[in-house]
Design a protein around this ligand. Structure first.
Ligand SMILES: Nc1ncnc2c1ncn2[C@@H]1O[C@H](COP(=O)(O)OS(=O)(=O)O)[C@@H](OP(=O)(O)O)[C@H]1O
Ligand SMILES: [Mg+2]
Ligand SMILES: [Mg+2]
Ligand SMILES: [Mg+2]
Length: 354
């Protein structure tokens, strides 16, 4: 199956949600709350989740959604709910055919809360389940770094469609990648890219637009003849991925270039278009379970661009067990031909710690 309608709806839904996140990104008040795991959530996360779930439920009413957020905090605080509702009403694509495909505006604040809460699926191995991260890299979003709006479709537990909107990444797939891309990121002229992929049908990038989709460019990972020349990407927050282990792996591979630190699944998009080469996410904690919405879209895009993605022990990521990747630890993504070399070194570094 080509999943062309799913891809089209996912691209438009993510693009519409980025209109909302961009308005919050440029505003001083982001309505930040701290969740029970002490991670941040903003009015941008809630609003983007509402818009995307309402689009999916309009186009594919039978599908389930595993979304990162829920509406509990908004149901307890009417003024916060009203802030999100104002944002949601304002986020419209300036193309009526595109808006129609997404079911047009959400009708009421209650419908908005219901949409957000429709992301409570437990996940699983049967049927069609969308994995949604309305703002990935919320810490980057607050700090002024990279962030991404991410939507993946799992079919019987297999990531099949992936879309990532990165308002702060350069449009140009060939733009040089260094730490300046990850730090102090903005969405000025020349920024804003929308990645998309369907298993078996390749990966693309296109400029984010305010209306109909812009034309797509095919993307692929860069062939690497000498692994020591590779550029690797990692998280900004040392609490999300072990900078020390990542550095030990790079050094064993002979890599001398500094890592590119950036928040969010912008890392998957950046390596898929050949701006960077490797994504290393070595576990920091023995108990943390990676969330399916942090990886589903990125995995499809990297695989379709010629890459392989597994956990840090080389095990396939299992998206069919529930809301988390509880049978996996860490993530490694690399072009297919160098993947075996990279994963051997990752295992050496992990084994030395056991
Ligand atoms: N302890 C720990 N280990 C690994 N991952 C964690 C951890 N805690 C949080 N998270 C998740 O990290 C998501 C952001 O990942 P990033 O790679 O963007 O990290 S960073 O922002 O660059 O630091 C972030 O996604 P968002 O909440 O959507 O921002 C979290 O789901
Ligand atoms: Mg996330
Ligand atoms: Mg998030
Ligand atoms: Mg979060």
């Amino acid at each position: 199956m080509s999943y062309s309608r799913e891809l089209d709806i996912a691209l438009l839904a993510v693009q519409r949600a980025t209109l909302l996140t961009k308005s919050v990104y440029s505003s001083h008040s982001k309505g930040t709350l701290s969740k029970s795991d002490s991670s941040p959530v903003t009015i941008g996360d809630f609003g983007a989740q509402a818009l995307i779930i309402s689009s999916i439920k309009h186009a594919f009413p039978e599908d389930e959604v595993v979304g990162e957020e829920d509406a509990d905090d908004l149901r307890k605080d009417n003024s916060l709910r009203d802030l999100v509702w104002d944002l949601v009403q304002a986020a419209k694509l300036d193309d009526s055919a595109a808006e129609d495909k997404l079911g047009g505006p959400i009708k009421s604040a209650d419908d908005m809360l219901q949409a957000i809460d429709s992301g409570r699926s437990a996940g699983g191995r049967k049927g069609r389940i969308w994995a949604l991260d309305p703002i990935d890299g919320t810490k980057g979003f607050l700090r002024g770094g990279q962030y991404a709006v991410c939507l993946g479709l799992l079919v019987d537990g297999i990531p099949t469609v992936g879309v990532i909107g990165c308002p702060n990444l350069p449009i140009d797939d060939q733009a040089p990648l260094d730490s300046s891309v990850g730090a102090q990121a903005d969405d000025k002229e020349g920024k804003g890219v929308l990645f998309g992929a369907v298993t078996g049908h390749g990966a693309t990038s296109r400029p984010l637009s305010k209306g109909a989709l812009a034309p797509a460019n095919a993307i692929s990972m860069k062939p690497i003849s000498d692994i020591s020349q590779a550029t690797f990407c990692e998280s900004v927050e040392a609490g999300h991925s072990s900078h020390g282990d990542n550095a030990a792996i790079a050094s064993k591979l002979g890599i001398t270039k500094p890592s590119v630190r950036m928040d969010s699944q912008a890392k998957y998009g950046s390596i898929a278009r050949g701006a960077g080469d490797l994504y290393l996410r070595l576990p920091v904690s023995k108990t943390y379970e990676e969330k399916i919405w942090d990886h589903a879209a990125g995995v499809v895009i990297v695989q379709e661009a010629g890459g392989r993605v597994t956990d840090a022990w080389g095990k396939p990521l299992d998206f069919g067990i529930g809301r988390t990747l509880k049978e996996n630890k860490g993530v490694v993504a690399a072009p297919k031909d160098v993947f075996p070399t990279v994963i051997e070194v990752v295992k050496e570094v992990l084994n030395a710690k056991e």
